[in-house]
Write a protein that binds this ligand. Structure first.
Ligand code: ADP
Ligand code: MG
Ligand code: MG
Ligand code: MG
Ligand code: MG
Ligand code: MG
Length: 687
């Protein structure tokens, strides 16, 4: 989320009048950026994570865990005391940044300055995350805890789930049957987004997750907690008129999705080509990491048959009209649009020779006028199409004070569209007047309960990103095989153990740079890739700017369909056959190119081991663990209902796991210990 501009939002009617203005100037702004930085070279690896928290208020008397709506006060307190933190902040850590988020119970934190490629920085990610959590904790009330939970299990249940309590009757932006207005960050941007999505769509958003059918779940399941007969807002009858499906958990507001927490990573690239290559390579990794980090099995007080937030968050901001969704013939709307503005990406964008045209195999609507402008400006067709696709959407929030901008120095109109296309990856151009280069953001992962796990996934992905560049890996499969359906599969209950995902069979480049493979080993003890070339000196640093091999003639012109197959998670991570060493094998081969001390390698190995154990099912996913927790709770009636008491016990357990008080060997490794921040007087931080 960008800086929050304070201003006066236009009404939806006015906003739609300015849509073309914003789009046109947005493209002009991008063209200025393009002219300024298209040839920018040599940016080093800088990278960073974003971790989102929910602030939970524990009420021990009523045994209720509620969402604390104190974001504004907490952030104010944090920013006021942040300068006093100098003395307490260990030298290895720069003072972190806290940001507001959609939910008024949410906080986001990022490192104060991005990590460099140094091995020290790689190893500091966990303590950096942990320091941020301790800081957040220090600025909360004694009964509050910051938890990194992806979806709050009892968001939107009847009764009291926020502190303080508010009624959904006052939900003037969302008109939700379940969520009060006060759940939303009060900054004008957020209620306006919420209301304008509803207005543009012409109805409330409608999300239906299949309920998990347990032994005593009533069949058919017709949710008794939906106020079917309410008649306060014009949309109230939608639920009974077909929006709410039987045997499903129905949700009707932006807050159900945008009120979720996740873990995101941003990497700076050497130049635009490297960024485009990285973007493409990470596309097939998106649904796989979603499934591996699955952490959200409970929605609106029910166990669901999905483990991840994906369909909820995609549905929660789906502003497409009935025509755009293909429900009615096109009359007022311009395009049929297959997906929500929050969803998987639609196009590979690298100009590399190994990005075969056949991989972009879906129909992608794009703005023809914008496309022509971009191409006429000299931008290649792939990138032009990507931008023209993002620009089919309408701007959702426009502030009257910023309608007219200097397109050479501002990127606000560009960002208006760019940052409300919430896709699995984001290709981020350098902002004006800043030293920042071309970046790629990886956005599909769910947030984990502990800093150890979040650091493990962050470190794994940054290492994988380097392996991609160092070994010129080719992960391309047709984009239709990484689309909606794959995300749906990745989100399914227990996808890690039961799901199969499309993946490329041979990821190594052809020609004389081909490494020879030993058989993949599940122990991970031997390096599965050995290079025939003379071995380059080992490096102390993760870096950018790897040489590209010259264009290779395709050795065999393999039909695209023969290049990939469905693999289990175990195979994707641990390898299959002679040509695919698995993502872990690739990361380990890359680690062999680094000059690490044994103790450093040991720490990295712990992270890789966590990924391995989750992928092969020897440890549960967060979602799997939560499911077990509910199903083995003494008061669970096997009817899919997650009661106030179960939620309270779950949130306490989650906090105790984070603090290292409760041991959960089915979720975390046997030798798990709570993260440490070297050089910190922790006592100052604990309430
Ligand atoms: P957004 O909400 O747009 O995704 P944030 O500002 O919340 O962006 O997070 C951006 C992340 O990128 C942070 O982790 C930050 O440390 C990191 N970052 C900052 N500058 C750079 C850079 N030049 N290259 C790569 N990452 C960066
Ligand atoms: Mg965020
Ligand atoms: Mg952010
Ligand atoms: Mg931001
Ligand atoms: Mg300091
Ligand atoms: Mg982000």
């Amino acid at each position: 989320m960008g800086l929050l501009y304070l201003g006066t939002p236009l009404t939806w009617d006015e906003t739609s009048k300015y849509a073309d203005h914003v789009r046109e100037h947005g493209i002009t702004q991008f063209l200025h950026t393009w002219d300024r930085v298209k040839d920018r070279q040599g940016d080093e690896l800088l990278w960073g994570d974003e971790v989102e928290y929910m602030v939970i208020a524990l009420d021990n008397e009523t045994k209720n865990a509620k969402l604390s709506l104190r974001q504004t006060e907490i952030l104010a307190k944090l920013s006021k005391s942040i300068t006093d933190l100098e003395d307490d902040t260990p030298d290895s850590i720069s003072i972190p940044t806290f940001h507001p988020e959609y939910g008024r119970y949410m906080l986001e934190s990022t490192p104060g300055s991005p990590y460099t490629g140094s091995i020290q920085d790689l190893l500091s990610v966990e303590s950096n995350m942990h320091y941020r959590r301790l800081l957040a904790r220090r600025h909360l009330n004694p009964n509050e805890v910051p938890v990194t939970v992806t979806s709050f299990p009892r968001l939107g249940v009847p009764g009291i789930f926020t502190d303080p309590h508010f009624s959904p009757d006052g939900a003037k932006s969302s008109h939700s049957l379940f969520l009060p207005e006060e759940i939303t960050n009060p900054h004008a941007r957020f209620p306006t987004l919420t209301a304008n999505i509803r207005s543009r769509r012409g109805s409330k958003v409608a999300i239906n997750l299949p309920i998990f059918i347990d032994e005593k779940t009533p069949r058919p399941f017709v949710d008794p907690t939906i106020p079917w007969q309410r008649s306060l807002y014009p949309e109230d009858p939608e639920a009974k008129n077909g929006a709410a499906l039987i045997d499903h958990i129905y949700m009707d507001a932006m807050g159900f999705g945008m009120g979720c927490c996740c873990l995101q990573l941003t990497f700076q690239s050497c130049n635009i080509e490297e960024a485009r290559r990285m973007y493409d390579a990470l596309i097939p990794i998106g649904p796989i990491m979603l499934a591996l980090t699955a952490a959200s099995p409970i929605w609106r007080g029910y166990l669901s048959d999905v483990d991840c937030r994906w369909n909820v968050i995609a549905g929660s901001v789906d502003d497409r009209t009935a025509e755009e969704r293909g429900r009615e013939p096109l009359k007022e709307s311009e395009y049929v649009i297959p997906k929500s503005r929050y969803d998987s990406v639609d196009l590979y964008i690298s100009p590399d020779w190994n990005n075969r045209p056949a991989y972009n195999d879906t129909d992608v609507p794009y703005n023809k006028e914008m496309y022509t402008r971009l191409v006429d400006h000299g931008i290649d067709e792939l990138l032009s199409k990507h931008m023209a696709h993002i620009f089919i959407r309408d701007p959702l929030v426009i502030f009257s004070e910023t309608i007219n901008q200097d397109d050479e120095t501002s990127n606000d109109h560009f960002e208006n569209l760019q940052s409300t296309n919430w896709q699995t990856l984001r290709f981020k151009p350098p902002p004006p007047k800043s030293p920042i280069g071309w970046r790629v953001e990886f956005r599909s992962m769910e947030v984990q309960l502990t800093d150890f796990e979040n650091a493990a996934f962050a470190v794994f992905i940054v290492l994988l990103s380097r392996a991609i560049l160092a070994f010129n890996l080719n992960f391309y499969i047709p984009i239709s095989k990484v689309c909606r359906r794959e995300y749906g599969k990745g989100a399914k209950r227990d996808a890690v153990r039961q799901g199969k995902f499309f993946f490329r069979k041979n990821v190594l480049p052809p020609g004389d740079i081909t490494p020879t493979m030993s058989t993949p080993s599940s122990s991970g003890s031997s390096s599965p890739v050995e290079w025939q070339d003379s071995i380059p000196p080992k490096e102390r640093k993760l870096r950018n700017c790897f040489p590209r091999p010259p264009r290779q003639p395709m050795l065999v012109d393999t039909p695209v369909e023969d290049e990939y197959e469905e693999m289990s998670m175990e195979e994707i991570f641990n390898g299959k056959g002679a040509t695919f060493p698995g993502l872990i094998g690739l990361v380990e081969a890359y680690l062999e190119t680094l000059d690490t001390e044994p103790s450093e390698r040991q720490q990295i190995n712990k992270y890789v081991d966590l990924v391995r154990s989750r992928a092969n099912g020897s440890l549960l996913t967060t979602a799997g663990w939560m499911r077990e927790f509910v199903r083995s709770h003494p008061s669970y009636k096997f009817d899919s209902v997650v009661s106030q008491e179960m939620n309270y016990d779950l949130m306490i357990a989650v906090d105790e796991i984070e603090r290292g008080v409760l041991r959960v060997p089915e979720l975390l490794p046997q030798d798990y210990t709570r993260s440490q921040v070297n050089g910190l007087h922790e006592s100052k931080f604990e309430p």
